[in-house]
Design a protein around this ligand. Sequence first.
Ligand code: SF4
Ligand code: SF4
Ligand code: F3S
Length: 429
Amino acid sequence: MPEVYNWQLGRKMLYPYEERHPKWQFAFVFNINRCLACQTCSMADKSTWLFSKGQEYMWWNNVETKPYGGYPQFYDVKITQLIEQVNPGGQVWNVRVGRKHHAPYGVFEGMTIFDAGAKVGQAAIGYIPTDQEWRFVNIYEDTATSMRALVEGIDKTGFSRDEPWKMTGSSLPEHETFFFYLQRICNHCTYPGCLAACPRKAIYKRPEDGIVLIDQNRCRGYKKCVEQCPFKKPMYRGTTRVSEKCIACYPRIEGKDPLTGGEPMETRCMAACVGKIRMQSLVRIGEDGLWAEDRWHPLYYAIRVEQVALPLYPQWGTEPNGYYIPPRHSPRGYARQMFGPGVDNAIEKYLVPSRELLAVLQLWRASQQIIFRYDVIPGPKVFETQIHGKRFEMYNDTVLGFNKSGKEVARIQVEEPIYIRPAERVTWL
Ligand code: SF4
Ligand code: SF4
Ligand code: F3S
């Protein structure tokens, strides 16, 4: 099997196809800390693409409550267990190698779904969820857990037995329970498990934007994609006997929606987000297959410069292109097993943001058009305090967002403007 370079793992890994990269890559950052689980994103997606017969159980976008929830139920626990059965040695990160451009989180020394798959004669390790597991899109909604139950649960399920991953206590001694919302769509992975698995070669990654699609004419419903996508994002439709998955609203990305006059537009689920937790863009891929340096691109800045947003389950090896600002109130061990060793740095950056990060974060949901570049106009200092023993200064800077053609599409100040209602409109006077 060929070897490909996975920068999220800081090493090469097995993959059934030779390394090949698109010119641009669809990518997004979700800020977990802001989500209110209103499910507006899920409904926007459902009402656009998934309202027909045979699609009743399908949610390309779902928001699940962690740690108990999952759609399909238990998908992440089961994938982790399957890998650990093949590789009982544990899933370990060597973080001593330092932060380099090609290995920003250290080197992963465990097995990916492809490494484990090779051991059992499959493209990737996986399983097909039962009908029962697909039943609820947000099972255990808002269900909190205690640290004790979670630690015991983790030991029982075999989740991350390796020492650096063990949780030894709660970071919230005052109250030990927690939950948070995890927003999920297809990650349009660099090394998709679904694409690797399909015996019909019905799945392809578009060279222009890295969007991963199932060719509906080639697909014969073998369901290997359902089995070997660890995120469980391809879904089988019984009425047509083919599988379907998130298409990244590609007509909008291509600028086909008349609203933006030919300019690339964010997907439906992103544009609908009430909590302003989502930003999506396209990032440029360099000759070496890594993200080309693009200092004034908001996603490049958040993911590669500040490293405040991290991939979901990078250890599975698909190099997902969905990134998350991790939850600040969950136990660190739990967050680390989901987002890798960059969690402590990311939360620290988020808790006490730099002047530039605070400005850039205002761009989340500032425009329906895709933002490719930002700029910051300095403003006056308006506030200062200490957060966790660190000095924090707030400036009322103005952040600008530009679309693909370089036209300004967003202009926002860090400080929320205050509007005073004119006296004649104040009804209680
Ligand atoms: Fe394929 Fe799953 Fe990755 Fe989407 S998340 S590209 S369906 S492997
Ligand atoms: Fe969360 Fe935004 Fe979806 Fe609401 S619309 S559930 S805030 S991601
Ligand atoms: Fe291939 Fe999945 Fe269809 S494995 S044949 S794309 S159901």
